[in-house]
Design a protein around this ligand. Structure first.
Ligand code: PMP
Length: 390
């Protein structure tokens, strides 16, 4: 029997970039202790008061089919939050609740790309991006950013790829680089989108993790609200990765269609999860800051450790729970470095090559373990790098 080309071709052939992660998990399975700095998951669990609210909601009977677009309360809460953060007037009709940001990424591209349309994205990229674009039968086209530009995309590079394309997917704060796009970068991107009539899909799931400067949401730039879909999520901001609760914010006409898509795919998000998301969002900035605080602290620790040596350089990462380290001075690829570090020191980091070609010779380090173990692992990594520098 034939299995659809769409689904068998989802990964596009080649590696999925998770070899080191899988190898580390295999070692752990065999009883070898490995320090894992690989995955973007908090080292804390969802806070007890959020879980208590979830329980309360479930016990009160919110366990049936929930409203497919999202509950009115959660849509209103997200709309108010977006209005307050960006200044763009946003109502419930601009919001659809989805099972996490990943589902929102898929739904957004379903909404704007026809089969065969070119969908642009930037390298380095979050691992699921190309597969998500293929999943909607779009043709993914990758635009390289450059280490020399600290991975801030150049508008001219996007413009050079934009002719005939339908959409552009961006992510700031960025996974894997931790880079926050500057206002100039965002304005350049907006201009290219307007000139080339592109939809902009802005993945802002790390918008509460900003260590320096400001997060600019491109939906707030002139003439951009009509062509921008913002992807958001409770996963990173509220340590609710397992709750699967996110959203798309965009023009009402698009949101209406995404709601139809939800009716025919996910049929919405459980009501008790949505209630708990409302409760979490109602706690406001203090809770978001509390959840971001360990990463802020560990980034400062990393800056201190890295300032004491010359083999490893830190890409200016102003946000997100990752550091991107430049290890090109060792002459090793990111892959070779990460494999050797795992074998010799039992420390697992992601090679930059797992996220595309632009971050070759780099490593992504997730700041997701306790401070002293994190500092010790970084020191080992730097000492190891020093032994490789000629
Ligand atoms: N976008 C980016 C850049 C991510 O790193 C992730 C998760 N790691 C997601 C989207 C999806 O997150 P979720 O589905 O948990 O909201």
């Amino acid at each position: 029997m034939h299995i659809s080309n769409r689904i068998t071709g989802l990964l596009g052939g080649g590696s999925d970039g998770w070899e080191i992660f899988n190898r580390a998990r295999h070692m752990i399975g065999n009883g070898v202790p490995v320090t894992e700095l690989t995955i973007g998951e908090h080292d804390i669990r969802t806070a007890a008061p959020i879980l208590q609210d979830m329980y309360k909601s479930a016990m009160a009977g919110h366990t049936g089919y929930a409203s497919v677009p999202g509950t009115d309360t959660l849509r209103d809460t997200v709309a108010q939050r977006v209005s307050a953060r960006t200044g763009v007037p946003t109502t419930r009709d601009n919001v659809v609740i989805t099972p996490g940001g990943q589902s929102a990424l898929f739904a957004s591209h379903m909404a704007v790309c026809d089969p065969g349309d070119t969908a642009l994205y930037l390298d380095p990229f979050y691992a699921t991006y190309p597969g998500t674009l293929r999943g909607v039968s779009a043709v993914p086209k990758c635009i390289q950013t450059r280490a020399a530009d600290a991975f801030q995309p150049r508008a001219a590079d996007i413009a050079a790829a934009a002719q005939g394309a339908k959409s552009l997917l961006i992510n700031s704060p960025n996974n894997p680089t931790g880079v926050v796009y500057s206002r100039a970068t965002m304005e350049g991107i907006a201009q290219v989108c307007i000139k080339n009539n592109l939809w902009l899909i802005s993945d802002e799931v790390y918008d509460t993790q900003i260590w320096e400067g400001d997060h600019i949401s491109p939906r707030a730039l002139p003439d951009m609200a009509a062509r921008t879909l913002v992807v958001g999520s409770m996963s990173k901001s509220h340590a609710m990765t397992g709750s699967r609760c996110g959203w798309v914010v965009g023009p009402e006409a698009v949101i209406e269609h995404i709601i139809n898509l939800s009716t025919h795919t996910t049929y919405g998000v459980p009501g008790f999860i949505q209630d708990a998301a409302c409760f979490a969002l109602d706690q406001g900035a203090p809770l978001e800051e509390e959840i971001a605080a360990p990463f802020r602290r560990r980034r400062a620790l990393a800056q201190k450790v890295l300032a004491e040596q010359n083999a490893v350089a830190l890409v200016p990462s102003h946000g997100a729970m990752y550091l991107m380290l430049d290890v090109r001075s060792t002459g090793l690829s990111g892959e070779a470095f990460a494999n050797a570090l795992l074998d010799q020191h039992h420390i697992a980091v992601m090679p930059g090559e797992s996220f595309g070609q632009a971050a070759a010779g780099h490593l992504r380090v997730a700041m997701t373990i306790e401070d002293s173990a994190f500092e010790a692992a970084l020191r080992t990594l730097c000492t190891f790098a020093e032994t490789k520098v000629a």
